[in-house]
Write a protein that binds this ligand. Structure first.
Ligand SMILES: Nc1ncnc2c1ncn2[C@@H]1O[C@H](COP(=O)(O)OP(=O)(O)OP(=O)(O)O)[C@@H](O)[C@H]1O
Ligand SMILES: O=C(O)C1=C[C@@H](O)[C@@H](O)[C@H](O)C1
Ligand SMILES: [Mg+2]
Length: 190
């Protein structure tokens, strides 16, 4: 496994974490475009591999199989790549090995959103997120709250409530620039 002390800070992968629908895929693609990096969305990678949407993968093979594939994809990226923007699924950090690999090899941003703002997105998420289906709003809120613990260890937390997706991407870039300049300053010409 790569360790982030071995990779220059400016070259480390950037991993976005957070609950379903907080904007990891949307913000990740803005970030990749703005930083001229490749974007990898783990859910999309798995859907391409199985040639079916996540809901079908859950129905056909079960969540456990999905988690195994998810882990394989993320661990491979953590050990073999740099300079990527990676959006991991909302449940990826349930697996301790995945969480530790991301934290050790990459810069991990937690996209935070409060429950009241998140609730407004439920309608557009429910058809494509199996873990939101067949649940009451109370059960979804319980899942939302219980998941916060798995995101609590990160390198930077961004409060996204008042920002649109592009503004979040810009804020992440500002944060990165600060860290890069502080810990790996670019050398002047003389
Ligand atoms: N900052 C934002 N403000 C408003 N809407 C947003 C923001 N970020 C994302 N959205 C919208 O929320 C919806 C969900 O976003 P997205 O699919 O990027 O979430 P996600 O975190 O990747 O979810 P999942 O973990 O389930 O893949 C999209 O319709 C997107 O346009
Ligand atoms: O939070 C979850 O459990 C999930 C989130 C999505 O990104 C997908 O990875 C899948 O729908 C499961
Ligand atoms: Mg996504």
């Amino acid at each position: 496994m790569q360790n982030n002390t071995e990779i220059p800070l400016r070259e480390q992968n950037i991993v976005l974490i957070g609950f379903m629908g907080v904007g990891k895929t949307t913000i990740g693609s803005h970030l990749a475009r703005k930083l001229y990096r490749d974007f990898v969305d783990i859910d999309q990678e798995i859907e391409q591999e199985y040639n079916m949407p996540t809901t079908e993968i859950f129905k056909t093979y079960g969540e456990q199989r999905f988690r195994e594939i998810e882990k394989e994809h993320i661990l491979k990226l953590c050990s073999n790549t740099r300079l990527k923007i990676i959006s991991v699924g909302g449940g990826a950090f349930l697996q301790e090995e995945v969480k530790q690999a991301c934290l050790a090899s990459s810069i991990v941003f937690f996209l935070d959103l409060n429950w009241n703002s998140w609730k407004d997105r439920l309608k557009m998420l429910i058809d494509t997120r199996p873990n939101l289906q067949n649940k009451t709003l109370e059960e979804i809120e319980e899942l939302f709250r219980s998941r916060q613990d798995i995101y609590a260890v990160n390198h930077s937390k961004i409060d996204t409530d008042q920002l649109d997706a592009e503004e979040v991407a810009d804020y992440i870039i500002q944060t990165l620039n600060l860290g890069w300049e502080l810990y790996e300053p670019t050398r002047g010409l003389n």
